[in-house]
Design a protein around this ligand. Structure first.
Ligand code: NAD
Ligand code: DAU
Length: 330
């Protein structure tokens, strides 16, 4: 099987390529990635079964050529960071909306199986004391330029299934953690700050809740959907990992040998979503998926170790990232 993986040099995509090589000996992978600030070819395994093509998913000719050569497309490429989308929404419209459009047009022409990787943020947020979780029936209500462009891309895929018979599935996953995540994101930012002797930065009061899942559990679910999912269906991916941001920071501090109170509060993110929570019943019951990383604390400890051991991977990103946050006042 020949797989086209867009965004395969990013955090989740690169972990997906590694998992694929480890578990599917009959699969070869072409990665299409623009290698933006978030992409890193060093995240990809050096393996003859992987080919990296540097290019834009919003380049229709390149996309058509690569889709024509593939048996299936797994579409991870995106502008993925909320804070950046509040600073400059345009790259989010370009990549998340236009890029997805060109990919599904090519998949329609070539009649290629398509899996669209999306986020729980398309559903907006939940109150802290609301027992409800997101389900596939929850109405879309995105808050940020990032989540609204992801919501738009989901709707394009849904429409292409209904109008043109595109064979496609969609997954909406909660917050991922694990190795090789860009240091702009919450958990790696705090780990690398502590390595640099800088206090972790908590937005606002730190009461916001995220539903953490290990990146390998996300990617195992993507494979389950690719192999067993029904076309036109949406599957929510989550591992019942709700934790508030303050607790995450306190746990990282403890794991790294600091006082749990040794962080600082910084300005809150505008429009900051309060809480995300996933009900993954459909994925579990229909496709038999179960998470393998049950214990967030030990998954976090392994992630801390990864950043200690792979400074050469993240060092070049760090200064630029912190300069950006300084400019944003966060
Ligand atoms: P990331 O920012 O780490 O990686 C994105 C990758 O896409 C990078 O390698 C980048 O170079 C590439 N890219 C960006 N624009 C491109 C373009 N125009 N053409 C080709 N490549 C381009 O993102 P991530 O965290 O790995 O997220 C991957 C996908 O998973 C995204 O679609 C995101 O919405 C979704 N998702 C992420 C999370 C999370 O917690 N990180 C959770 C749920 C869903
Ligand atoms: O829910 C899935 C989404 O999770 C994905 O679709 C996005 O691509 C991914 O970036 C992530 O979005 P968040 O905005 O939730 O992730 P982020 O890592 O930016 O922030 C997590 C929480 O931590 C959020 O409540 C903001 C807060 N935060 C973030 C940073 C960078 C801080 O308190 N301090 C920080 O320094």
């Amino acid at each position: 099987m020949k797989l086209l993986v867009t965004g395969g040099a990013g955090f989740i995509g690169a972990n997906f390529v590694r998992l694929t090589l480890d578990t599917r000996p009959d699969v070869t992978v072409t990665v299409l990635d623009l290698l933006t600030y978030a992409g890193n070819s060093a995240s990809l395994p050096d393996d003859p079964r992987v080919t990296l093509v540097k290019g834009d998913i919003a380049d229709p000719e390149m996309v058509d050529t690569l889709v024509a050569e593939a048996d299936a497309v797994v579409h991870f490429a995106a502008e993925s960071h909320n804070d950046n989308s509040l600073d400059d929404p345009w790259p989010f419209v370009h990549t998340n909306l236009l890029g997805t459009y060109y990919l599904i047009e090519a998949a329609r022409r070539r009649q290629t199986r398509f899996h669209h990787v999306s986020t729980d943020e398309v559903y907006g947020d939940l109150e802290l004391d609301d027992p409800a979780k997101f389900t596939p029936e929850t109405p879309y209500n995105p808050s940020s330029p990032y989540s609204s462009t992801k919501a738009g891309s989901d709707l394009l895929v849904r429409a292409w299934v209904r109008s043109f018979g595109l064979e496609a599935t969609i997954s909406n996953c909660s917050n991922n953690y694990g190795p090789a995540q860009h240091v702009e994101k919450f958990i790696p930012r705090q780990i690398t700050n502590l390595i640099d002797g800088v206090k972790p930065k908590l937005y606002g009061a730190g009461l916001n809740v995220r539903d953490w899942i290990h990146v390998d559990d996300h990617n195992r679910a993507v494979w389950a959907i690719l192999e067993g999912g029904r076309s036109g269906e949406t599957y929510l991916i989550g591992a019942d990992g709700e934790v508030d941001n303050k607790t995450v920071v306190e746990t990282i501090l403890e794991l790294m040998g600091h006082e749990p109170t040794d962080y600082e509060h910084v300005a809150d993110r505008p429009g900051h979503d309060l809480r995300y929570a996933i009900d993954a019943t459909k994925l579990r019951e229909e496709l038999g998926w179960e998470p393998m990383y049950g214990d967030f604390r030990s998954g976090l400890a392994a992630t801390v170790d990864w950043y200690h051991e792979n400074e050469a991977w993240w060092r070049a990103q760090k200064l630029e990232t912190e300069l950006k946050y300084q400019r944003l006042g966060r």
